[in-house]
Design a protein around this ligand. Structure first.
Ligand SMILES: *[C@@H]1O[C@H](CO)[C@@H](O)[C@H](O)[C@H]1NC(C)=O
Ligand SMILES: *[C@@H]1O[C@H](CO)[C@@H](O)[C@H](O)[C@H]1NC(C)=O
Ligand SMILES: *[C@@H]1O[C@H](CO)[C@@H](O)[C@H](O)[C@H]1NC(C)=O
Length: 482
């Protein structure tokens, strides 16, 4: 009989494609066991706004305020923002204009080839309740104009966290930027950054104010370690932190794969260590799924939402303090979390990650990043576990049987724990095209970003400190440990 039962069980496994459970043990206290623990900022998940588009996002896109408020409701603080991008190096400060930005484009979905901006740009940024990084122009090689702008930013913005001097300088030569008209190499750029850090920092009378680096090409050719090696103590006192950009690209399957995400982040390990070695933070100043505004077949999908969630958690675990997800031209932005009229699926992934890390002081990963299955635990400032997040990054493209993976969680207390599921029709579901994605049963409304539907928790029974839960392919689960 027992043998017969075992055969049946094997048959069931063969038919349903269920593989053995993955098991994780929740540490009872941060900084115990063989895990590595990263500090967590009050709001590690941020937004980057393309320079010229920032005033529109803040004055003419209803969802912006609510989408940011939703995260503030989770964490108690406004998400950090960064204003910058390619158009920061096309922008000239004009003290005479009362407009936020002035430019003309042939089509509404074009980014301007040149623009001017006035002091009201900074007054608008100053109204935001969270920290702001402002990216200013270095490409045009007009340091006096940049200093004039920086003085207004410093004077008007009590929420100013840092100033960038140039965006993705490795592309200056191909973009025909004046500063790169002679030889332009990582070393020449580093010398330029160092001089600008000192000159601008001195002019505005502020130390620890420059967000340095801001390259997109992978380290070590361009990056914090390479830059730090060129800096003396005078330069270093003006540097607030180091930033890099990252757009991993690929297909939905490769993008959302946990092992791919983990490998992608290891590219930055040496740079993160170099920044921390200077006692300064390392951030992703601008990042998203696919460069150039995103890819239509990849960036708006639920798979990209799962990438967003797992990527920012793995980045935080790698000691990357803040991750600013880029938002570009309105109406031409595949990876945007929201626009004027629609929500983007990736917002849900960023929301789930924010929910895991809300009010946390520490984060650990319970897996080594080599499989499709991930587990994270957040802890409060006393080191007590707050929540866990489980991720099944197996790809489900919407046809055929959706496989599932069993997760066993140990080290639990009490008789049950509650959980919220992040799920969607499939990894290719697009909420902007009618696909369904939910977190805890809720959706975010197009155009307004307000939560809709009943907040739904599932209950996992705990027996002997253990709970077992099944996650379908392309799903995540946030478990509330108290
Ligand atoms: C706001 O957006 C609408 C729709 O694209 C546009 O027609 C209008 O000009 C915008 N207004 C401002 C002040 O940017
Ligand atoms: C530090 O480096 C800058 C150039 O990056 C140079 O102008 C300055 O003289 C150096 N300061 C010292 C004290 O060596
Ligand atoms: C992150 O930094 C902490 C120190 O704050 C260190 O203990 C930990 O090992 C680092 N994590 C990684 C993945 O390097």
């Amino acid at each position: 009989m027992a043998q017969h039962f075992a055969k049946l069980a094997l048959l069931w496994v063969a038919v349903h494609g269920v593989v053995s459970a993955v098991s994780f043990t929740i540490p009872s206290q941060a900084h115990t066991g063989s895990y590595s623990y990263a500090p967590v900022e009050p709001a590690p998940v941020g937004i980057s706004f393309e320079f010229f588009a920032f005033p529109s996002y803040f004055t003419n896109v209803t969802a912006t305020n609510q989408c940011l408020t939703n995260w503030k409701d989770l964490t108690g603080v406004w998400p950090p923002i960064r204003i910058g991008g390619t158009t920061q190096d096309r922008a000239v400060y004009d003290s005479a204009t009362s407009a936020y930005v002035v430019y003309t484009v042939a089509s509404a979905t074009d980014a301007p080839a040149s623009l001017t901006f006035g002091s009201s740009f900074f007054t608008l940024a100053a109204t935001y309740g969270g920290s702001v990084v402002v990216g200013l122009n270095r490409g045009k090689d007009d340091i006096q104009n940049t200093i004039a702008a920086a003085k207004v930013a410093v004077g008007d913005m009590s929420n100013l966290l840092a100033i960038e001097l140039g965006n993705e300088p490795e592309y200056y030569a191909s973009a025909g930027q004046p500063i790169a008209s002679g030889t332009w190499t990582p070393a020449v750029d580093a010398a330029s950054q160092d001089n600008w850090d000192i000159t601008v920092g001195t002019a505005i009378g502020k130390t620890a104010i420059i967000q340095a680096g801001n390259s997109n090409d992978s380290p070590p050719t361009w990056g914090a370690a390479e830059l730090i090696a060129t800096e003396n103590a005078t330069v270093k006192q003006y540097v607030k932190d180091y930033a890099h950009h990252n757009y991993p690209g690929g297909t939905v399957t490769s993008l959302m794969s946990h092992s791919s995400i983990s490998s992608n982040l290891h590219v930055f390990d040496a740079d993160v260590a170099a920044a921390l070695g200077q006692g300064k933070q390392y951030v992703f100043g601008e990042t998203n799924s696919v460069s150039g505004g995103g890819a239509a077949t990849v960036s708006p999908t639920f798979g990209a939402a799962l990438w967003t969630m797992n990527y920012v958690l793995r980045a935080t675990y790698s000691n990357i303090s803040r991750t600013y997800f880029h938002h570009g031209t309105l109406g031409a932005c595949q990876y945007c979390f929201w626009g004027r009229y629609s929500m983007g699926a990736p917002y849900y992934g960023a929301y789930a990650a924010t929910a895991l890390m809300a009010n946390a002081a520490y984060l650990t990963a319970l897996d080594d990043g080599t499989t499709n299955y991930a587990a994270y635990v957040s802890f409060d400032s006393a080191g007590a576990p707050l929540r866990a997040l489980l991720y099944n990054s197996d790809y489900y493209g919407g046809s055929g049987t959706r496989s599932s993976q069993s997760f066993v969680l140990s080290g639990l207390t009490g008789s049950s724990v509650r959980a919220k599921r992040l799920t969607g029709d499939s990894a290719v579901a697009r909420v902007d095209q009618g696909g369904i994605v939910t977190f805890g049963g809720q959706t975010f409304t197009d155009g307004t970003c307000t939560a809709s539907g009943a907040e739904t928790f599932e209950t996992l029974a705990v027996s002997g400190g253990q709970a077992t839960v099944s996650l379908s392919a392309s799903e995540a689960l946030l478990v509330y440990l108290r």
